[in-house]
Structures are given as structure tokens and as C-alpha cells.
Ligand binder design. Sequence first.
Ligand code: FE2
Ligand code: FE2
Ligand code: FE2
Length: 430
Amino acid sequence: MAEQSSLVIPTFDLVLCLAQAVDLVSPLVADHHKRTAQIAYGLGMQMKLPEAELHDLVTAAALHDVGGLTQKDRLVALDFEYQDPYGHSVMGYLLLKSFPPFQNPANIVRFHHVPWLNGDGAVFDGIPVPPASHLLQLADRVAILIDVNADVLGQVDSILERIRAQSGERFVPEQVQALELLAEKEAFWLDVVYLQQLNILGHRLNFKELHITEDEFLGLTNLFRRIIDFRSQFTASHSAGVAAVSDILAQRCDFTPAQCRMIHLAGLMHDLGKLAVPAEILEKPGKLTSQEFAIVRRHTYFTYHLLEPLKVLDLIRVWAAYHHERIDGHGYPFHLVANELPLGSRIVSVADIFTALTEDRPYRKGMSVMEAFQIISDAAEQRRLDPSVVNTLKEHLIQVDQARALAQASALDEYHRFIGTAADLIRQPA
Ligand SMILES: [Fe+2]
Ligand SMILES: [Fe+2]
Ligand SMILES: [Fe+2]
């Protein structure tokens, strides 16, 4: 059995990386999560929250709409009057709570659209609502009211007026008072608009490093995978398939057990940048236009870029983000050539194509293993894919396909359970 080492991950870098990934879903409101985190931080400091509570609040704020999986979900939540206490809040809660260190932020996110109702909103569906949820709601709504293209200080009075009008009914009066006091400081508003470098916020907060075992790390990677794949039932199991195929090919290419675990993680995260591709395009039942394809092509660039803050993941990032590079230099987005592409990247490339061809897509059923292999083998002959990896695939074709099918079936099952649990939570009587 392989050694169980622990990984040290700077918690805030992780939150930052996820927040940036989440912000990619709706470029129209880029940086909404960063701004909400900044406002929540100001409010938390103003209310003198203990350090641990402040950290949970800021983490929740940086990720609060993670459950809004499509651009449409996101846009409706950005209407100031949006008041649905279920929907994306419940989805976000379920996603985040699967990673134990995010348990508290998950609980905060769950209730971030519950109105105060003059005190009745302290409990929702029989569950006590954390005060931080109400504070997050306030931070979120303030963030929405700011027009970042105009001078922010000139907007303070009108923003306060709109918030004040719903104090008691929607917002907690003591929290609104904290906002009124904080609002006197120009620096607070200027930070929200100009302090886009969230890592500065990280320094101010003095977040601790997170020591996590590799098993816990797998849980974290699964969180990333769900955020990527659960946007549509057609992609719900893609990354799990790529991970399983990469893992087994790596084993057959004599990777060590530790390296195999890493390539498994690279497979789970390879399409992280797909968050920048609207679900509407991912689900399109037919051929993409050249414009749509150009949008899809951005995704590996974003996978590379989003994981950059997490230095401990450097190798995983390279294996994951180069999966559309080709050894003849005609891949994207970096146009690397053979000697710049490590074996791990070449394996993930083959695994990605094999999985994509054999799985069902919105517009077609999956191909047979032999048909898929023929396409891959042709690509190897044209020196686009690594012939030695493709040869390994050929030798273990049936076993690889079984591993893929099994991994994808269980991921799909998990997706349906996730949707089912969300539906149950939403059906509870209010
Ligand atoms: Fe929200
Ligand atoms: Fe991809
Ligand atoms: Fe992929």
C-alpha cells in the first residue's frame, strides 16, 4: 500500500482558486465573488467577529453562488430583488459540504437568501440560520448595487437608501447599522472596487495553512470535479471517465502508485476551465459554429491559469492543462511540441479523446470501442498523439474501457443522487 503523506495547502490560495473558477461562469459579472468577499470581510471586521468566524464568512462569500451552475442561474440571482431561498443556495451547500474543511462555509451558503422577516428568519425549515448567512446576504446585495464603472463614492448614499428600505424585512437591523458605520470610511468602498487582488485580503486575514491527507485531497478534487461536471447531465461523468482511463494507462506505463494517484487527480480536474464555457454551448445538440468552438478552446488555458496559485499542484496542472496539446505542435492553446509535453500530459490527452468518443453526448450515442480506437490510432499515425501511449491503450483496450464505463456509471449515479438530495431539501415545507 502506498504511503499516506499529507499535503500542505495554503487555505486562502485554495479559496481564491475556487472563487476565480466560480467567477468564470458568468463573465458579465466578473469578480462578483471577489467583491462580495471583500464586503463580507469589511462587515465581519466591523462587527468584530472572532477570527475563525470571519474566515468562514469570507470563504462562504468567495464561493456563495457556486451552486448556480449555469449562466442563467447566475444572472437571475443578480437581480437585487432575487429572493429564492432554495435553488442555487441548496446546490452550493451540497457541493461545499462534501469537503469537510468547508462544512461551516457550506452552512452559511445554504441560507444566504433567507430574508430576516423581523426575526422569523433566524430559523428556516426548522433549522437555525447562522447569523453569518444574513451577513452574507447583506454583503451580496451591496455588491450587486455597486456600479463598478462609475465613481463608487458617489453611489454610497443611494446604496444605503436601498438597503435601509429593507432593514428588518429582509436584512438584520444590527447588521445594517454595522454597514452604515462602515460606509463612512472611503477606504471600505475603494477596497471593494480596486482591491481586486484577493491575495491581499488573504494576507490581512492571516489564513492558516491547511494540512490535508491525500484522501482528503481526493475529496477536494472531487469537489472541483462536481463543480465542473454537474453543470449538465451530459457532462456529469466525463471527468470521472478521463481520470479512470488516465490512471490505468499510467499504471501500464510504469508510473509509481503516487504518480498514478496524481494523474487520476489531473483527470478529474482537466476540464476545470470549462466553467468558462456556457452550459448552453456544452449542451448544444449538434455541431458547434466556429465561434462557439473558439469559446470552447479557451478552456485549457483557464485550467492552466486557475490552478496556478496552488503551487503544490504544479505537476497535476501541467498534466491536466496540456490535454489538447498535440505532439506535432498543432494542439492548443500553447502549441507545445513533443519534447515539451511530459508523458503524463500525453496520457491525459489519449484518455480524454477515448472517453469523449465512447461516452454518450447530447447529440450522439457513444462510439464502439473499436471505432474509437481506430480514430485514436489514426491520430497516432499522424504523430498527433503519442504512439507508445496509444499502443498501451491497444494492449489493454477492453480493460481500459471497462474501467471507464464503471467509473462513469458510478459518477452518473452520484449525480442523480445529488440532484435527488437537492430536490428533497427544496421540497421541505417552509
Ligand atoms: Fe446567491
Ligand atoms: Fe478538454
Ligand atoms: Fe475533457
